[in-house]
Design a protein around this ligand. Sequence first.
Ligand code: PHE
Length: 459
Amino acid sequence: MSQSRGQWSGKLGFILAAAGSAVGLGNLWKFPYITYENNGGAFVLVYIAAIALVGLPIMMAETLIGRRTQLNAVGAFNKLGGKLWTPVGFLGVLAGFVILSYYSVVAGWTLRYIVMAISGELGNMAAVPQELDTFFGDYTANGTQQIIGLFLFMTFTTTAVIFGVKRGIERVSKILMPILLLILASLAIYATTTAGFEKAMHFLFHPDFSTLTRGAVLEAMGHAFFTLSLGMGCILTYGSYMRKTDSIPKAALQITLLDTLVAILACVVMFSIIFSNPDMQISKSAGILFTTLPTVFVKMPGGNFIMTMFYFLVAFAALTSTISLLEVISSYSIDELKWSRKRAALTVAFSVFIFGSLNALSLGANSKLSSFNLFGKETTVGMFGTMDYLASNWLLPVGGLLIALFTGWFLSVRENRIELEEGHGELPAFPVWLFLIRFVAPIAVGAIVVSVILGAEYQ
Ligand code: PHE
């Protein structure tokens, strides 16, 4: 074990860093939006089932591969699987690059919103119907502004990665995650006092299965990957810095629970606030976070303060996720290309920034990049939409499927058991995990992949 590779200081370091990776825009931006689109209740249940039956076992699988090899995604697959499996690692590095290139653009928006919330500008704008919509449209279409946001966010991310595993990533997660949970808990307590709380609870926790579509089930499963940072070697890389004395099953369970809790609490907060205002029109996708919420925040006592806290929450969550994305690619460059950590982080970040600028510039209607559409779908218009679709529907599910097959069928059952029990003690649930990773996960994820292939053909 090479000491220079870096290691978490203990089990809390791994748990908070991995939870920091998992908790992000997926929880606070995407999950509330798809829950709304898919009518709450039943969708939430399916999502929880997907997390438990597919997400958790794959998280354990990734962590065990990482810790067993003490290597980055590419090196780990190469070491255990040889030439044939090495592309799975490269697929992960590619996914990291693609996701980081558009994720940091949205993350950059939060910085602008924090500044505007503090100065009161956001409150003023949100008070006048339509004004915030117009602002958001103009802001996202403004190439210079978008590039500034991307640049700033990448700078914060890169700084943390340069400081390394313990002094950078772990330290940032240990500071930001508790603050994040505190802000979210306060907002949740506040939500219980709002008029819309009961309606929000009903919407989220009274399943009506007649509203559940096949598409919703697939979407819940696909999102399970994205939200837990699975299918691309991110948890694998973080697992490679884990100590042999810590328990993988316990850590994976805690990370999964924390991520699910944050996603559900975010929904409780947002829907309570939104349903408090009966004639509220909920906008879609990015809108819910950046245009709908502020207009409701301003109508509340202490609205400007709540707004400021809220955007800090989103920015912190996004930062610990972008750090993990950059670390996947940097870790590969450090281990395999023998670059120094500083050189790796800076070079990768610079390339992501250049490529990400294309996404940043693709959001205005006048931009040529906004009509680019590789997949020819309504939802994949523009560079930005194309990259999101590529990652969420292709790279992560295919990566997840291969990781499940590799761990379940290629690696030896005995070695898997040894690694999962190392630092944990006897694991009576091992056969359950084996069954999930061998059958349930591949079939469920395979269904996503097949439907994406069919869907793409029928378009
Ligand atoms: N899990 C993060 C989120 O929910 C996104 C992410 C995906 C981060 C893949 C790392 C790897 O926002």
